[in-house]
Design a binder for this molecule. Structure first.
Ligand code: ATP
Length: 324
């Protein structure tokens, strides 16, 4: 039976551009003659029945706003069979017959299970700052996050330079070093440490030795929070054990990387992907994530998007050392 009403929700860690994706889903659906309902707080709100009908004006003036007007949450209940049955009851009660999930791999894992148990169609839109999903060159929020980080590091660079200080800057990325690599290169970092490769702390120390010999005490080191070295404070300890010449400061950029107005890139990406998700549901697709590869819209089954790993350009990290 043809779909008549779509439910849309944002889930997992929030990312700038989620609102732009929501706006696109709502307006594309209405344009296609479908009804739309917004589900608050991800799977948690689905289970609790926090669902409201949306019209084109409900998503006015949000394309430029960070966060998500639907709010986001993590739901332990949805990980249980009973929780998912409750969610299904609420969707039926609201006459929703397909979903657009805006989130990351955890969100899509839940959606995949939901289809297996209840044959409920879900299309996924990748909204996560980590850019760690297979099946898309970029996830919504990544571009904004790296630009926020770079502009923060530029400011730190000014003061680091003025006082000849060594700054160790920790950026987000528990399992993925993509934020660290791109921000490290763009901010002229001397070393970049990421979870995907065993940290060559010796190379970093050798680098510092050379710096010292050249009387250059100002340096920037970028580390991803999930790096095996243990993060920024551990690196500081390591450097202090070997050198007494550097004035070392640590900055953890933290949640600043999640907020703020989405960049033009994220708004356009979110708009394209939201629209493509609605088209896919109308065409009968389900259990797939929509993404773009080489600027073309592509659909990747949740199974692959979740289990496969995006390759990271490791030579980029070396580039930083060469150029510093
Ligand atoms: P991000 O990576 O940006 O934080 P995410 O979507 O991966 O986003 P998670 O917190 O991992 O964020 O997942 C969001 C929600 O998806 C979880 O709170 C849970 O409700 C649901 N979910 C995750 N894994 C499962 C699972 N195995 N079974 C059912 N639901 C799940």
């Amino acid at each position: 039976m043809a779909i008549q009403k779509i439910g849309v929700f944002t889930s997992g860690g929030d990312a700038p551009g989620m609102n732009a994706a929501l706006r696109s889903v709502v307006r594309s659906a209405i344009h296609s003659g479908l009804q739309v309902a917004g589900i608050m707080r991800g799977y948690e709100g689905m289970i609790d029945g926090e669902i409201k009908d949306l019209d084109a004006r409900s998503v006015g003036n949000i394309i430029q706003r960070g966060g998500t007007i639907l709010k986001s949450a993590r739901s332990e209940q949805f990980k249980t069979v009973e929780g998912r049955v409750k969610a299904l009851e609420q969707l039926k009660k609201n006459n929703i017959d397909a979903l657009v999930a805006i989130g990351g791999d955890g969100t899509f894992t839940g959606s995949k299970i939901f289809y297996e148990e209840h044959q409920f169609s879900v299309l996924g839109v990748p909204g996560t700052i980590d850019n760690d999903l297979y099946g898309t060159d970029y996830t919504i929020g990544f571009d904004t996050a790296i630009n926020t980080a770079v502009s923060a590091i530029d400011k730190i660079r000014d003061t680091a330079m003025a006082h000849d200080r060594l700054f160790i800057i920790e950026v987000m990325g528990r399992d993925s070093g993509l934020i660290a690599i791109e921000t490290g290169i763009a901010s002229g970092a001397g070393s970049i440490l990421i979870p995907e490769i065993e940290s060559d702390t010796q190379a970093m120390l050798d680098n510092l030795q050379k710096s010292l010999a050249a009387k250059k005490l100002f340096r920037i080191i970028v580390v991803a929070e999930g790096d095996d070295s243990g993060g920024a404070y551990k690196i500081r300890e390591l450097i202090e054990q070997q050198f007494h010449h550097f004035d070392i400061k640590v900055t953890i950029l933290g949640h600043i990387q999640r907020g703020g107005n989405p960049t033009c890139h994220d708004r356009v990406l979110a708009t394209r992907l939201g629209h493509a998700a609605v088209q896919a549901l109308k065409a009968g697709k389900h259990s797939m994530m929509v993404g773009t590869i080489n600027h073309q819209v592509v659909y990747t089954p949740f199974e692959e998007a979740i289990s496969k790993t995006k390759t990271i350009p490791l030579d980029w990290a070396e580039l930083a050392t060469v150029l510093s």
